[in-house]
Ligand binder design. Structure first.
Ligand code: GLN
Ligand code: ZN
Length: 757
């Protein structure tokens, strides 16, 4: 039995690519130097995979920013406004990723969306009526050749035509189907070129196949692959799916001429049943995704063997595979120096998953798998009691009743009480919470962590930053202030550290988008609040000003979705535990004079099941209540805000309203304010601040541009419900662009206020 992976992390085990790219963006290194760092990462990944004994090694899983963006370039879908900048190929690519503002012009970045149910974000390709889809880029070929030069015949990985066309945004009249012919031709050319270079396999990633498909979708999929596979130029094609099961098109997949089919047995709830009920074609190899690519727990070999033995009854050849790309887990446990072995032995990051694949291969090739030492030690590991139970928390969760999830009085009454209390102007201005985290601030936090500075010095440093931040916001003229979140490395890790039941990693970075990485904490045991988490900072900030300062928390669903969750209890149970802990903090803030509290649920939609039929029963039925549990205990005059970003909201807009917050801010500028129609159609009740500018780009929005956005919003949102804010936190930005951007925002709001009064 052979082994395979779908893709490997490309950021580097110590985030080398991130640091090199950021230096390149700051003009501190040349394109050649950036390319050389990238090559080092690729070759070291290659060596690692080779030495682990992996049989199918992928290539072109590397990207300077994102795989969808790479595919857009490969297929010539580079919009004119970027070509017109006249930049180098690399800089044109980065202009699409990050926007560009400089002597060559001023363009916004592509829209960015969450990649299915992960915290990875992809760039949304843009296709206009005159886009000519054809093979134009060179990356898959160059990277295949590079690996070959280094002695490895890899399997190039490319996003498949169906997923590419389905996820693209169409700016004109044409739709996906109108580009099918040219896509077929382009993918044909890709196969041809790879064949000429000597490739044996190519992997076409089609995660869109695990989402709901209409008849039209199915026929597009079939049309594309019937023709693409009509001439494979002697290259074997692996259709790779992940993040769920392919229940809508299993038969179509089986009857098309793929040589291999990759199915996800970790997340694909119905996939085993599908194989059992329908069989699996004898002329295809099944790439069985049995090693979970999304979580960090050690594989349970007993369970895996059971799945494989079932599959063997139906499949002629099986390759052991990961369930999705290892992009979604950290690189290696080798960098976790501080974490005790008693924890680490339960973990497998990307590198350790390579070992698991090798061990499984060995176990499966043995005559008595159950007697191999690898199998036995895995059994022993999984039979250990892990610890971390908290009976009190378990009891609290079990005793929750309906009333605990309801805030009184109802929204409309609270709205009146709060308008009376805060007396804010029409179109109040605010920010989402964080202010730029300079190198100096990060260095100070690091020094404190290392014990190089005392708690007193750290606290007074942070207070000085808070004071500067309050002063700055007052000077700019914002209405509702924030303390700036300087004490936070990350909006989830920070809270994890203040909660019992969490454990932390040192270097377990996972790419979130482009050069941005996150380090998800691990839910190890039952969760409870160990100590006040934010009260000190928020009350200090509030003591400096007469304007309201928002208390700033992360919500339970986001904390859970951005952690590595337990697999031994349900997500619902974990979410309620975290909600109870955050609720304590909310009440503590309120008791200490904080009048507005924002509970961010940036990742609310992230784990929403990919299929609509699973939404309610599987997710929203506990995710929305978890949020309500957090704030149901506050007084009517306390204003609860929430914030969400970078995902589709339109289809769950009534559920978002049901979170029963008083104000919600969200990202809207990168997706062209499309959310506004949904707000209007659904009579959205919560007050709302759709972001007026994109903070993931260094460009400064002009006052006029912001006014245009606000006017557009006022077409759909009642004036008395509209807030004015950027679309997300400012921590990744510099002060140089933040200050003028916020000044423009405040001035734009003032102009619009004058127009409306
Ligand atoms: N309050 C957080 C911040 O401003 C929200 C971040 C987010 O939505 N990702 O950074
Ligand atoms: Zn955000």
């Amino acid at each position: 039995m052979k082994t395979s992976i779908i893709g490997y992390p490309r950021i580097g085990s110590l985030r080398e690519l991130k640091f090199a790219s950021e230096k390149y963006f700051r003009n501190e290194i040349t394109a050649q130097e950036l390319e050389s760092t990238a090559k080092d990462i690729r070759l070291s990944n290659l060596k690692l995979q080779q030495s682990s004994g992996l049989d199918h090694i992928p290539s072109n899983d590397f990207s300077f920013y994102d795989g969808m963006l790479d595919t857009a370039v490969l297929l010539n879908a580079v919009p004119k406004r970027y070509r017109d900048l006249g930049l180098s190929e690399l800089d044109t690519y980065f202009a699409m990723a990050r926007g560009y503002q400089g002597e060559h012009g001023d363009v916004k970045a592509f829209a960015m969306k969450k990649w299915f149910n992960t915290n990875y974000h992809y760039m949304v390709p843009e296709i206009s009526d005159d886009t000519e889809i054809k093979l134009s880029g060179n990356k898959p070929f160059a990277l295949f050749a590079e690996a070959l030069e280094n002695g490895v015949k890899t399997r190039p990985v490319i996003i498949g035509a169906y997923t590419f066309l389905k996820l693209a945004k169409y700016t004109g009249k044409k739709t996906a189907a109108d580009f099918a012919k040219s896509a077929i031709y382009a993918y044909g050319n890709i196969l041809k070129k790879l064949s000429e270079l000597g490739a044996e396999w190519v992997q076409l990633d089609e995660p869109c196949l695990v989402t709901d498909m209409t008849d039209e979708d199915k026929s597009l999929f079939v049309q594309l692959y019937k023709d693409i596979l009509a001439n494979k130029y002697g290259v074997k094609v692996l259709l790779q799916t992940y993040f769920g099961d392919v229940r809508d098109c299993y038969n179509e997949i089986c009857s098309l001429d793929f040589d291999g089919v990759g199915l996800d047995f970790a997340e694909g709830k119905q996939i085993l049943e599908l194989v059992k009920a329908n069989g699996f074609p004898a002329d295809k190899i099944l790439f069985a995704g049995v090693v979970n690519g999304k979580n960090i727990w050690r594989n349970h070999y007993g369970n895996t063997l059971a799945v494989i033995s079932e599959l063997k009854k139906h499949c002629s050849e099986i390759v052991l595979n990961t369930s999705c790309s290892l992009l979604h887990v950290p690189c290696t446990l080798k960098n976790e120096i501080k974490l005790a072995d008693s924890y680490k032995k339960h973990f497998a990051y990307a590198e350790e998953k390579l070992t698991e694949l090798a061990e499984l291969k060995k176990i499966l090739s043995s005559d008595v798998p159950e007697k191999t030492s690898e199998y036995l030690s895995n059994c022993k590991l999984h039979s250990e009691v892990r610890g971390g139970a908290n009976a009190e928390v378990q009891k609290k969760v079990s005793e929750l009743s309906d009333g605990d999830f309801v805030r009184l009085p109802v929204f409309a009454e609270r709205e009146k009480i709060q308008k009376e209390r805060f007396k804010l102007p029409l179109f109040p201005t605010t920010t989402i919470g964080s202010f730029p985290q300079t190198a100096e601030i990060r260095a100070e936090r690091a020094a404190f962590r290392k014990g190089d500075i005392s708690a007193e010095d750290y606290e007074s440093y942070m207070k000085s930053k808070i004071a500067e931040c309050i002063e700055l916001q007052e000077k700019i003229g914002l209405d509702v202030l924030v303390h700036g979140e300087f004490e936070r490395n990350d909006m989830v890790e920070y809270f994890g550290e203040c909660l019992d039941g969490y454990i932390f990693t040192e270097k377990a970075w996972v790419q979130s988008y482009g050069t941005r990485c996150v380090k998800p904490p691990v839910v190890w045991g039952d969760i409870s609040r160990a100590k006040p988490m934010t009260v000190k900072w928020s009350t200090y900030a509030q003591s400096l000003t007469d304007k309201p300062v928002k208390g700033m928390l992360t919500g339970p669903v986001t904390i859970l979705n951005w952690s590595f969750p337990r697999e031994d209890i349900s997500l619902k149970e974990s979410a309620y535990q975290i909600a109870l802990a955050i609720r304590e903090e909310v009440l503590d803030l309120e008791a200490n004079g904080i009048s507005i509290i924002q509970v961010d649920e940036a990742a609310l939609r992230e784990k929403l099941p990919l299929r609509r039929s699973d939404w309610k029963n599987d997710y929203l039925d506990w995710a929305i209540p978890a949020f309500r549990l957090v704030h149901s205990g506050v007084k009517p005059e306390t204003q609860i805000h929430t914030h969400m970003c970078y995902s589709e909201f339109a289809d769950i807009i009534t559920d978002i309203d049901n979170m029963d917050a008083d104000v919600i801010t969200f990202e809207a500028s990168r997706s062209d304010l499309t959310i506004l129609d949904a707000l209007k159609e659904n009579n959205f009740r919560t007050e709302v601040g759709p972001g007026v500018y994109d903070i993931h780009s260094p460009r400064i929005p002009s006052k006029e541009e912001i006014k245009t956005a606000l006017r557009k919003m006022l077409d759909r949102i009642p004036a008395e419900k509209l807030w004015v804010n950027p679309d997300c936190g400012l921590k990744t930005r510099g002060n140089a662009e933040t200050v003028p951007s916020l000044e423009n925002l405040v001035n734009a709001a003032a102009d619009i206020r004058n127009e409306n009064c």
